[in-house]
Write a protein that binds this ligand. Structure first.
Ligand code: PBG
Length: 307
């Protein structure tokens, strides 16, 4: 009688790959997750495929960060290296969705380039996103996933991909991305610290706003988004429901690092049943209208789900 059923095929696993590591490094705030070497990334992807999770989002940690985030668009950048390798190992059986942003690659930790006054320069950033998108597509991405919330990013990336003969590479747009405190563990995972104790309130959404998300989503679809995403998930179920009711493209939701860590920490203390809460939350995200869910629980929860 269940109206909603979470399936393995709904799940997308976020993974981290770091340049210059000799062994995978555990991420303390995301128990069970690692900054991977390319080798251990391949092993993790194989384990995911074994349990029926066939889509992965990749985040890269470059060896060197700089002001323009060079590693994001370098053909030899860590994510591009990892994409090529995963494609060789797994062929078309894996769906590769690199996250497309600059914050992991910039020495100031912002998702875009900085203007001389220290503010984020939206339009200059778009050119960097275009270069990163083409590099990721050249390396084998099926879809690119821009997460920087710059205005016009989807249109700019679509144009660049088309001009580079990558008409078949899609765009999963982080369309309604809130300026959330729930990204805390992720920033440890990718070694990102925003310069001067800054934040992303200039480009991410205000948690107090609901209708604004529909505007952001409509703009992204008009610019060519193939999938739109709401992020975080459980705190924004109303937004997921609104978006699912208003669009005719698939809707993704990102159950983010803080949502995972809270459950893990409480479970480690014996304060709640982590497996049960994880299933409940992810089912709620599906019930709200998400067609697919990015979650750090993907590998451990998949064996308990139907295909
Ligand atoms: C930006 C990005 C972030 C996350 C995904 N892409 C961090 C941010 O916006 O500060 C967060 C994911 C998570 O918390 O799990 N590249």
């Amino acid at each position: 009688m269940a109206e909603s059923r979470l399936l393995r095929s709904d799940l997308i696993a976020p993974l981290f790959v770091a340049e210059g590591l000799t062994a995978p490094r555990p991420i303390e705030s995301l128990p069970g997750h690692h900054q991977h070497t390319v080798e251990s990334l391949v092993a993790e992807a194989a384990a995911l495929l074994d349990v029926g999770v066939s889509a992965v989002v990749l985040f890269g940690l470059p060896g060197v960060k700089d002001a323009v985030g060079s590693g994001a668009s370098d053909p030899e950048g860590i994510v591009q290296v990892a994409l090529r390798r995963l494609r060789v190992e797994f062929g078309e059986s894996i769906v590769l969705l690199p996250d497309l942003c600059l914050d992991e690659y910039t020495d100031h930790g912002h998702c875009g380039l900085l203007a001389p006054d220290g503010s984020v320069d939206n339009d200059a950033t778009l050119e960097r996103y275009q270069a990163a998108a083409v590099a990721q597509a050249d390396a084998g991405a099926d879809l690119v996933a821009p997460s920087g919330m710059m205005d016009g990013q989807v249109g700019a990336i679509r144009a660049a991909l088309d001009a580079a003969e990558h008409q078949d590479v899609g765009i999963l747009a982080y369309s309604a991305k809130y300026a959330s405190a729930l990204y805390g563990p992720f920033r440890e995972a990718v070694d990102v610290e925003i310069i001067g104790g800054g934040d992303r309130q200039g480009y991410q959404q205000d948690p107090a706003n609901r209708r604004e998300s529909l505007r952001e989503v409509a703009l992204d679809i008009a610019e060519g988004a193939d999938i739109v995403m709401v992020k975080p998930a459980v705190t924004y179920l109303d937004v997921i429901a609104d978006v699912a009711a208003s669009v005719d493209v698939p809707v993704a939701a990102y159950h983010v690092s803080g949502e995972y860590s809270m459950i893990k920490a409480a479970a480690a203390n014996g304060w709640l049943d982590g497996d049960a809460v994880a299933l409940e939350q992810l089912t709620a995200v599906k019930r709200a209208g998400a067609d697919m869910i990015l979650t750090y629980f993907a590998r451990e929860i998949a064996p308990r789900l139907d295909g």
